[in-house]
Design a protein around this ligand. Structure first.
Ligand code: ADP
Ligand code: MG
Length: 698
């Protein structure tokens, strides 16, 4: 019978003949515990010996691959005191010198008499061919045409691993395939047995590609099936609140806004309201670039909850963000009232919004929890403090989670658990590419705010690489202030600690006031200031009583002063792309032309170059993904995403789309995968017990 992956996952590697106790321990050290782990310990690359050159034929400037015997290994110190390992190698045609800088371990790795593949750029020195820091693969005396190179460790060589893989493949026989033949044909992918064999022991480089495609597809596909099943299970099981979307409160709020909604905002609000009115709880992701106006959409959803007599919650990942939201939402709701159930009939009271963070005092917390319990707190804004025990809502109807990528799926579930199937809106201020969103938020419906409010002028971004351009930045600040505008200066990010931040911002504030802007009115804003002081600094800046606000990243979000037209970000390369983009979003909010200056940084910085080049958050998100890789960007601990071994959210966009559409088709035809036990097995392996029980419950 064909093998299931779960069977291979039940076999420890020690069942293989070649693997004794010592090898098993060495394998465990690289997280290979089972036969399945071994078979998915894929080659890091393949050396294509058909591209192998003779040393004599290498020409200067070539990227050459040679297989050669190591003749001599010497270690010495170069003039700059760095360790230099020189390795002379030869094949029957000639000699080549390979040099390694600061890699003293090479002397141990490369022993005289061994055979290895060397891949690198060929240079000549005094008429002799050389390679500096080439890639080296100890391939032993492998004879295959294409040699797989496994990720190795100090204790394990690639050919030991290869030998065990070979035994595992032989003993495993045929693999059970969760994709029926017609689907394989449609996708143009090979069968699984062939794929496993060819990725480890390929007949050609083309076969490697085909095998990789199939196995990468499988990784993405089971993840999509799990996500689609979660989505469908939520839709099938839960009986959510059917909110009253025709109430007055949300309408009054929208009418009182000082601006008309954008088309994108109207579409988002409509979509959300139709979710809210429905029987199933909403599970929606709202993506939108900085300044697209997500807050208004979120508040409108919270008010739908409030107008029906329910409560709303808004959770943000940091205290600063939560505080900013609190101030913003409170000012948006000023003058809005709801019927007061404790007073006489027809009496109205203001909508009550409260803030809960770890900084909330015990006394305030007690007061607030009482209000949550009796329903007089309408909207609670806060950090993960909202998730703590003791925070109990009377009747939580709508939950909004900002910057979802900093929270895990469990935290989302925990907040949802504070109510009785409340509707959930998740927002990302950091756009992520569509296909990445499909993978990370694949159980959510997605709305994109793809339109900025009118009247915004594009921001001109200047990367000030040297002192001349820096002087231009300060001159621009002065000129704009002279024209009645205002500016922000964002201080260097010295350290994650708020205390250190605060000190450096204070120092920089003093310096700027004394040396750069003696004639301007400067204000200071950082996270360690008392809330009242923060508010008064912000208020003064808003009223244009300050020309320049010197701040830490507390201004990253929520701050909104259309008269501010210049932003100077010091030591810009300390910040990530998303953060720079967020910061820059504080200017360009009015009709006047705006500037953003990025000071300093490595002249090669790809990040600063990208931010200088583009103001499109989605485009920047792509670059970010490219530079930093998926794990860091998505910051997700979601199982499955971190298990992607071959598939890449960057490179495999088409595969992601295909995997998702096939997942929908298969799950909708067979919701509990009764007809495809092989697939059901693989999906279960991604889930913990509770979730498996939930997804597979009929
Ligand atoms: P983000 O999507 O980055 O959270 P915000 O919700 O903070 O954006 O909105 C950015 C700014 O745009 C705020 O000043 C907000 O008042 C304003 N704004 C939102 N919607 C509109 C609109 N339709 N027309 C004009 N300004 C708007
Ligand atoms: Mg926002």
């Amino acid at each position: 019978m064909a093998r299931r992956l779960s069977q291979l996952a039940d076999l420890p590697v020690s069942v293989l003949n070649g693997v004794g106790a010592k090898s098993a321990a060495d394998l465990a050290a690289i997280d290979v515990l089972t036969v399945l782990d071994l078979l998915t310990h894929y080659p890091r690359r393949h050396v294509d010996r058909s591209r192998e050159a003779r040393i004599a034929d290498l020409r200067e400037g070539d990227d050459g691959l040679v297989l050669a015997e190591i003749k001599r290994v010497a270690t010495r110190r170069a003039r700059n005191h760095k360790i230099l390992v020189e390795v002379d190698v030869s094949d029957e045609s000639g000699f080549l010198r390979c040099t390694f800088f600061n890699q003293s371990w090479r002397a141990k790795q490369l022993s005289e008499g061994a055979n290895a593949a060397f891949f690198g750029k060929v240079t000549t020195f005094r008429g002799k061919r050389q390679m500096a820091n080439p890639l080296v693969d100890l391939i032993g005396n492998k004879t295959g045409k294409i040699v797989p190179i496994y990720p190795q460790s100090a204790d394990l060589s690639t050919w030991e691993i290869g030998r065990w893989v070979e035994e595992a493949l032989q003993r495993a026989g045929d693999f059970a395939d969760p994709l029926p033949q017609p689907v394989r044909d449609e996708l143009d992918v090979v069968d699984r047995t062939w794929a496993f064999r060819q990725i480890h022991q390929p007949d050609s480089m083309g076969a490697v590609g085909a095998a990789r495609k199939r196995l990468a597809f499988d990784e993405l596909f089971r993840l999509q099936v799990a996500l689609v099943m979660r989505k469908r299970a939520v839709e099938r099981e839960a009986k959510g609140i059917q909110h009253n979307v025709d109430g007055e409160l949300a309408q009054r709020f929208r009418q009182r806004l000082p601006f008309p909604l954008t088309g994108a905002q109207r579409r988002a609000i409509d979509q959300i309201e139709s979710d809210l009115a429905g029987v199933h709880p909403m599970h929606r992701l709202l993506q939108g670039d900085v300044g697209a106006g997500k807050t208004v959409v979120a508040v409108s959803a919270l008010l739908v909850s409030v107008q029906g007599g329910h409560q709303g919650a808004l959770m943000a990942p940091t205290e600063v963000l939560a505080e900013q939201h609190f101030l913003g939402v409170r000012s948006l709701l000023a003058d809005l009232t709801v019927p007061d159930e404790t007073g006489s009939l027809f009496e109205e009271r203001p909508v009550r919004v409260d803030l809960l963070t770890n900084r909330t005092t015990a006394k305030e917390r007690t007061r607030l929890l009482a209000g949550l319990d009796d329903g007089s707190v309408d909207i609670l804004i806060g950090t993960h403090a909202l998730l703590t025990e003791g925070v109990a809502f009377k009747d939580l109807g709508v939950v909004v989670i900002d910057e979802q990528h900093r929270f895990g799926v469990e935290q989302r579930a925990a907040l949802r658990g504070k109510g009785n199937d409340p509707d959930v809106l998740v927002m990302t201020a950091t756009p992520i590419p569509r296909t990445a969103a499909m993978t990370v938020y694949g159980d959510l419906d997605v709305t994109v705010l793809d339109e900025l409010p009118p009247g915004r002028t594009p921001i001109r971004t200047v990367w000030a690489r040297g002192p001349l351009e820096e002087a231009e930045a300060w001159a621009r600040v002065k000129a704009e202030v002279a024209a009645g505008r205002q500016a922000y200066v964002v201080c260097p990010l010295v350290d994650e600690s708020e205390r250190v931040q605060a000190r450096s911002a204070t120092d920089e504030f003093e310096r700027l006031r004394a040396e750069v802007f003696p004639d301007l009115r400067l204000g200071l804003l950082h996270g360690q200031m008392r809330p009242a002081d923060k508010e008064s600094a912000m208020a003064a800046f808003r009223r244009a009583e300050l020309d320049v606000l010197v701040a830490t990243t507390v201004i990253e979000v929520g701050v909104d002063v259309p008269n501010a037209t210049v932003m100077v970000i010091e030591d810009a390369d300390r910040f990530g792309i998303a953060q720079l983009h967020q910061l820059r979003g504080r200017v360009g909010r009015g009709a006047a032309e705006s500037w953003c200056y990025l000071l300093g940084g490595d002249p090669e910085s790809e990040r600063l170059a990208a931010v200088e080049r583009s103001t499109d958050g989605f485009a920047l998100a792509e670059v970010d993904l490219e530079i930093r890789g998926e794990g860091t960007v998505l910051g997700t601990k979601q199982k499955g995403v971190s298990d992607l071994k071959l598939a890449s959210l960057r490179r495999d966009r088409d595969l992601i789309e295909q995997a998702r559409s096939i997942a929908f088709r298969m799950v909708d035809a067979d919701p509990l995968l009764d007809d495809n036990p092989v697939l059901a097995d693989e999906v279960r392996a991604l889930l913990d017990d509770d979730e498996a029980a939930f997804l597979f419950k009929s």
